[in-house]
Design a protein around this ligand. Sequence first.
Ligand code: HEM
Ligand code: HEM
Length: 190
Amino acid sequence: MTSSASPLPEPASRRPALLVVFHWITVLALVVAVTLVFGREAVDEKALRTLLLNLHKSFGLLLLGLGLARLVLRVFLHPLPAVAELPALARLGAAATHGLLYLLLIAVPVCGWLLASSHGKPAGFFGLFTLPNLVDMDEDLGDLASELHETGAYLLLGLIGLHAAAALHHHFILKDGVLRSMLPALRRRP
Ligand code: HEM
Ligand code: HEM
């Protein structure tokens, strides 16, 4: 899939495989976690609502694990070579967006964990284990954590929209290798 017509001066053509795999598992887990919690709104039956929320918590915790693993990997890989030549402002914008995405990927699930703990409802991980409560039951703290969780989640979704739009802009308008650098290497044609 590598383009021989690329006008770029030998940029890094691909991100490391583990970064790419974690990136796309994160996308899938996020879609599922959000679908579960919104799908729950359409359900009346109590047992099903509980199941959907428990699954939301499990996928949310998976996202927390992925976020932490990605952050460690990213620090370890720093600095990554540029994929495309970009103006300084665009580079700064991309770095700020990526930094904020990492931050929210960790802060949103931690607020969810805090929310569950302060409501006295421990967070389990796919029935395999249950996390310890971060705090004792506390309605006020629960309300605050709920606000932060919700606001953080919408901020994360908005930022992802922006981020995905930027990736598509690179691919279809600028026609550089930025999106390809994050795609799995399904090559190679003879
Ligand atoms: C990146 C990960 C996560 C995202 C994007 C996310 C997103 C959301 C969203 C959009 C809502 C609905 C907000 C609303 O309409 O009020 C929500 C609710 C909730 N989330 Fe998360 N969440 C994540 C992780 C977690 C985790 C790890 C936990 C717990 C361990 C959790 C527990 C909850 C709870 C208890 C609710 C409230 C459900 C309700 O009472 O209606 N979330 N989450
Ligand atoms: C759950 C949704 C997403 C999250 C949380 C997310 C997060 C991130 C983060 C944190 C990075 C920076 C990686 C690094 O260099 O450390 C990144 C890179 C990238 N993402 Fe996403 N992303 C998401 C969805 C998408 C989607 C839907 C697309 C494509 C349409 C996309 C395309 C890219 C590309 C092309 C890069 C490489 C940018 C570069 O190296 O300059 N991402 N993503």
